[in-house]
Design a protein around this ligand. Structure first.
Ligand code: OAD
Length: 249
């Protein structure tokens, strides 16, 4: 099947869908200049050891180092802009009768592009919480690295999910319900290796949804997807949404 015929077919599937669920990963923000995780050379986990920077133990051992690493990542996120892929998904949410947007990303770029009710499975890097009490802490004005919780004096940490930590239960429940009840599931820019997020597309497919993958490279999902498209999200998604709803653009 030619790429153009495939795009037209996928657009038709989207247009007819009653309920869509979308799962995004680091690949959708790559074109905004935010590094992905597992790519050779450029991925964060190719340059840094996750166990030194993204676990509760690492934070207890070297809080200043972990805090500074997250501050560096936050600066990149604040300087980044949503790209056409983020905008196309916000448009998809407006066009489709129902469309849940689930993301593993912590950068908030979907929301900045106008997406609503985004289910952030791994938290948000721009938010902080108290390490001891696990409650969200608003802007902390302190020169300490890391700053201290205004309530209990404990250390403040970024509100992201670290290795070995559970996902936010309510967000995961919503995401699982969306995956199990949709008729079309889109997996975009994720290596589909980290669970439980990677379980969502499989669970959608098991429940009869049409599984569509849009990714620069092949993943473990590719062979089970009804459509597996090798493309850059920021280039492909705007064309797809435009093709599905041409008269309304
Ligand atoms: P990965 O870095 O593992 O995978 C990114 C995927 O995006 C790869 O398959 C790339 O081929 C693809 N990709 C890169 N650029 C792309 C583009 N422009 N368009 C489309 N695809 C592109 O990132 P995730 O799968 O998101 O968890 O990683 C999942 C989780 O692992 C992250 O949320 C993070 C990490 O450890 C936590 O921090 C808890």
């Amino acid at each position: 099947m030619s790429a153009e015929v495939q795009l037209t077919e996928i657009a038709e599937v989207l247009r007819k869908a009653r309920s869509i669920a979308v799962l995004t990963g680091a690949g959708i923000s790559a074109e905004s200049g935010i590094p992905t995780f597992r790519e050779a050379q450029t991925g964060l986990w190719a340059q840094y050891r996750a166990e030194d920077l993204a676990t509760p133990d690492a934070f207890v051992r070297r809080p200043e180092l972990v805090w500074d690493w997250y501050e560096w990542r936050r600066e990149r996120v604040r300087a980044a802009q949503p790209n056409p892929g983020h905008y196309a998904l916000a448009e998809l949410q407006r066009r489709a009768p129902a469309c849940s947007l689930i993301t593993q990303n912590v950068d908030g770029l979907h929301q900045r592009a106008g997406a609503t009710m985004v289910l952030e499975l791994h938290g948000n890097i721009l938010r902080n919480k108290c390490f001891d009490e696990d409650c969200v802490v608003d802007a902390v004005l302190s020169a300490m690295r890391p700053p201290r919780c205004p309530h209990c004096g404990g250390m403040v940490r970024p509100d992201v999910v670290w290795f070995g930590e559970p996902l936010p239960e309510d967000v995961l429940q919503h995401a699982m319900r969306a995956a199990q009840s949709c008729d079309v599931f889109l997996s975009i820019g994720t290596a589909a290796l980290v669970h439980p997020a990677a379980q969502l597309p499989m669970s959608a497919a098991e429940n009869g949804a049409t599984l569509i993958e849009i990714n620069r490279d092949a993943t473990p999902l590719s062979s089970m997807a009804r459509y597996s498209v090798r493309a850059l999200a920021g280039e492909y998604l705007p064309r797809l949404v435009q093709s599905a709803w041409p008269e309304e653009a």
